[in-house]
Design a protein around this ligand. Sequence first.
Ligand SMILES: Nc1nc2c(ncn2[C@@H]2O[C@H](COP(=O)(O)OP(=O)(O)OP(=O)(O)O)[C@@H](O)[C@H]2O)c(=O)[nH]1
Length: 374
Amino acid sequence: MRSPSARLRIGLALGFCLMAVLGALATGAYVSQSGRHLGADYAALAGDIVRAQEETAELRLALEGLMRAPGDSFHRQRVGKLLWLLPERMAGVRQALRRSELPRTDYSEVLGDFDQAAETLEALEGALAREAPDAGTVNQLGGELESTLAWAYSRLLDSIHGAAAEQRRLMKRLSLAVVVLLLLVLMVAGALMLALARIHRQWLSLHQLSVTDELTGLANRRRLWDRAQQQLALNRRDEGELSLLLADLDHFKHVNDRFGHPTGDAVLQAFSRELARLSRESDLVARLGGEEFAVLMPNTGIEGARRLGERLREATASLALPDRAQGHRLTISLGLAATHAGQEDLDQLYSRADTALYQAKQKGRNRLEIHTNS
Ligand SMILES: Nc1nc2c(ncn2[C@@H]2O[C@H](COP(=O)(O)OP(=O)(O)OP(=O)(O)O)[C@@H](O)[C@H]2O)c(=O)[nH]1
């Protein structure tokens, strides 16, 4: 037994396949139909027909002229030429029609008219071939020929104009379809770009959150670790120095117990601001957790780092605390270690700085201790 959601998925997939097949069939039919219409050269065919119409009328006039002046060689030559030209023209139009995209039903009657005109033409040639052609017969046959062909050609022109109009309609529809398609593509591309930009923004803010301490806005332990690893790798190449200063607020439990946890938070935030203010831009200031902080100082040796530590220790003692903690004297203990040319890994450097911090606590707090590598 399939679950309802599986059935729904199968139904959707089948529906999609059906729509895709129907869409493909409809598109194929439309494209082949349009292709036939769009590819047809109706202008050339119409041109041939108009010329044939003119020549038919010309034949009748030439016949009348010849009957008025039977000895006139100009009329004789003209008639002779047109009698040769007319069947040629009909054969040409016949062939063009066969090759054209016009449906046969549109011109089958015209082909019948052509057959009839061919017979009339034959009779006309017979009448003209007599020694003394009868003007009445010749003019009558000429008139019949003209009216048969004029009617046939005008019906043909109507069909061609209809087909050409259809061709123009198709062109318009196709152009509209192309514009709509283009707009759709642009809309989809735009929506895709917006979605990507949004995902990218969300990813950036998520990444930022994952490396930031929520309470203080400082870097967190993970960020400090990443940055320290990079810096140690760099120092191995440029033989630079790297100092790590650990700072731990003294008797912070007492702050929480006496003023409450929210005030303790506010004290941590005030201290963080001071720590960030006193550090250089190239330093990385982080909260490692609880009341323990760290400052990673690239290209800084023990002496420079010690000066920052002392400044920080003094600034903490005179730090303006939140109202509820007024009267409390905040102090910190600091542990410092430095390494040269990335000789140690981060765990070793951290461990030495932590040992120095432990010593500072042991020696009475509110002091800075240095762990040298000797
Ligand atoms: N308000 C607040 N307190 C915290 C936070 N994280 C840790 N603490 C408190 O920090 C105090 C740390 O106490 P201890 O580890 O005993 O250290 P301490 O009291 O500072 O004593 P020493 O480090 O030995 O000077 C505990 O009371 C924790 O509850 C925090 O995010 N906010």
